[in-house]
Design a protein around this ligand. Structure first.
Ligand code: DX5
Ligand code: ZN
Length: 211
């Protein structure tokens, strides 16, 4: 399993962002508009300035209503994945096409209360499914158990011969990571960034996975 570092709670500290980049496999960019979520993140222009040291592949998580507008903005950092929420649009197919036309892999995100069945019909068109294990809006929240969704998505992937990856986002620490072992990519923010040694925290996560 790969780890995607979330810098949401350290977005003003460039040194910490650099450190997080060093100990993780991907960098997870949370983008919130204050409409889909109650509070917005920094304007993306400012996020770009603060993340110039990031060398990891970039995984963008759009928690916004006006998805295309933000796609045009985030494309500037040459992301590997751009992920949008199924709850934010009535026309997911159109957005999937829009992102694919920019030659970026596309992800579909699900809030904790949204059923996996809602997105089955789009799964042959996406590269990633992001399952939220907290409510979108903030780092440092408590993990919501979404383990049955991982099982569903793996089963559906196998049965239909698809190859999207499964990403889990929110509330991951050295205990909760054991519950999401079957995912391919896991977002970790505050468990790493609230500690002095980012390296120690990542080692703890890897140890839990091997237990
Ligand atoms: C929540 C964000 C998450 C969050 C993860 O809206 O999408 O990416 O920053 O942070 P932790 O690991 O602290 O839950
Ligand atoms: Zn996120």
């Amino acid at each position: 399993m790969k780890i995607s570092g979330s810098f949401l709670t350290i977005q003003d500290d460039q040194n910490k962002i650099t450190k997080l980049n060093e100990v993780t496999d991907y960098m997870h960019f949370d983008v919130m508009d204050g409409k889909f979520t109650s509070r917005p993140t920094l304007p993306f222009k400012e996020i770009i300035d603060k993340t110039t040291s990031v060398t990891n592949p970039k995984d963008i998580h759009l928690m916004v209503i006006d998805i295309k507008k933000y796609v045009d903005e985030v494309i500037k950092v040459k992301p590997e994945y751009i992920t949008f929420h199924i709850e934010a649009t009535f026309n997911p197919k159109d957005i999937i096409k829009y992102i694919k036309n920019k030659n970026v892999k596309v992800g579909l995100a699900l809030n904790p209360e949204t059923e996996t069945q809602t997105i089955y019909k789009y799964l042959n068109q996406v590269d990633l499914v992001l399952v939220m294990s907290v409510h979108p809006g903030a780092g440092g929240q408590k993990f919501i158990d979404i383990t049955s969704k991982i099982k569903d998505l793996k089963k559906y992937r196998e049965a239909n011969n698809l190859n999207y990856i499964i990403e889990i986002d929110g509330g991951i620490n050295d205990e909760t990571i054991k519950k999401v072992k079957d995912a391919d990519l896991v977002v970790v923010g505050s468990y790493i960034t609230n500690h002095d040694s980012f390296e120690t925290q990542v080692n703890n996560l890897r140890r839990s996975l091997n237990e």
